[in-house]
Design a protein around this ligand. Structure first.
Ligand SMILES: N[C@@H](CCC(=O)N[C@@H](CS)C(=O)NCC(=O)O)C(=O)O
Length: 234
């Protein structure tokens, strides 16, 4: 299977962390159709036009949460979704907090960094929503261990690691302080989970993506991919 995925894309990082933690990496390759993605033509691959996208023998699957469920169902013996209905509900709630209330709002707010005149009202609206999400996370997180409690990683951790990475390392680039600071459970969790090998791998990949974005390497790669695509289209 091919996962169309980007280093810095938190939704992609969430699925990669699940693949690493389930130890099924050999069944996947990771690619990004650079020219299509950065020219807004990813819709040629999938109508939603966003990564991640999973390419299987049976067809394409968009949406990180749907891909995550699919991978869990493919390898039920390695599932990262808990063992009782209540555990699964709790893991899904944490994962939704990460996706909908943290990543979605922060990702949209970051869009203001790419416009000539950032709209402060949009930034404030979205970061206030992210803060509200973080407050809910503080209530739902376990006091110790992994996000849903215990020592075993679950899909809640796979979603929260990239979401908290964004709070910690990308949101401040908009001039907004990390909303997690001062929240005892969430701060403690973020410090703990970074010690996990799969989380550390994801954080290193996101750092690599952030560095490539900031030092111009990403732009250079996109330019080369666009030129190559233009040549083959002739
Ligand atoms: N709800 C989607 C969100 C995916 C998403 O927004 N991905 C970003 C990259 S992090 C993207 O592809 N953006 C391209 C665009 O906005 O055109 C998911 O969970 O997969």
């Amino acid at each position: 299977m091919i996962l169309y995925s980007g280093d810095l894309s938190p939704y992609s990082a969430k699925v990669r962390m699940q693949i690493y933690a389930m130890d099924v990496t050999d069944d996947f390759s990771f690619e990004l159709p650079l020219a299509q993605f950065f020219s807004g033509r990813l819709k040629e691959v999938s109508p939603i036009g966003r990564i991640p996208i999973l390419k299987t023998n049976e067809g394409l699957i968009p949406e990180s949460e749907v891909i995550a469920e699919y991978i869990d169902e493919l390898y039920p013996e390695r599932s990262l979704l808990g063992s009782t209905p209540m555990e699964r509900a709790n893991i899904r709630v944490l994962s939704r907090i990460a996706d909908i209330y943290l990543m979605d709002n922060i990702f949209l707010a970051l869009g203001q960094m790419r416009v000539p005149e950032p709209n402060q009202a949009i930034i404030e609206l979205l970061t206030a929503q992210a803060l509200r999400g973080v407050m809910a996370l503080e209530e739902h997180l376990s006091e110790g261990g992994c996000a849903a409690g215990g020592d075993d990683l679950t899909r809640a951790d796979c979603a929260l690691v990239p979401a908290l990475y964004m709070c910690d390392r990308t949101l401040p680039r908009l001039g907004v302080a990390n909303p997690v600071l001062g929240l005892a459970k969430t701060e403690g969790y973020w410090a703990r989970i970074q010690q996990n090998e799969h989380a550390a791998r994801i954080i290193a990949e996101m750092d690599r993506g952030l560095k490539a974005r900031l030092d111009g390497t990403e732009q250079q790669r996109v330019k080369e991919a666009m030129e190559a695509a233009a040549l083959t289209e002739r």
